[in-house]
Design a protein around this ligand. Structure first.
Ligand code: HEM
Length: 109
């Protein structure tokens, strides 16, 4: 079960990032952001399930919290884009948090 969840989780994060870029580029098209939200859901469900199976190691609890912050930042960035507001700072924050999540996910840190 764990390896099945990990397989979905580790193949889905790249798709989630791609869907975010497409939702940003084509912000008038609702389909991309709906698919993005489905990707969020799959990441949260597989992630929390693995966290439970793992017995809540603190590093992955932190990673889960950072992931929820990342998702919030992605949604705020898309909202600013639709309002034609500057998103430069949001992108910097997004990329830094995504890097930290990936470093924890791949157990580099
Ligand atoms: C939404 C953004 C997220 C990204 C980009 C992300 C990314 C990753 C990556 C790259 C891995 C390693 C996959 C591998 O070893 O092949 C991983 C594993 C994991 N993630 Fe996430 N994740 C996210 C959300 C979450 C959430 C919300 C949780 C928990 C609530 C979570 C919990 C875990 C756990 C427990 C592992 C397994 C670690 C292991 O034992 O190998 N992730 N994640």
């Amino acid at each position: 079960m764990f390896s099945f969840l990990l397989h979905i989780h580790s193949s889905m994060w790249g798709i989630m990032v791609l869907l975010f870029i497409l939702s940003y580029a084509f912000y008038r098209q609702k389909g991309w952001s709906m698919a993005l939200r489905l990707a969020y859901l799959i990441m949260i469900v597989t992630g929390s399930w693995m966290l439970t199976l793992h017995g809540f190691p603190w590093k992955f609890v932190l990673k889960g919290i950072l992931a929820l912050v990342l998702i919030g930042l992605m949604e705020m960035t898309l909202a600013k884009r639709r309002k034609r507001e500057s998103t430069f700072l949001m992108w910097i924050l997004l990329i830094v948090i995504l890097m930290v999540i990936l470093l924890i996910g791949f157990e580099v840190i």
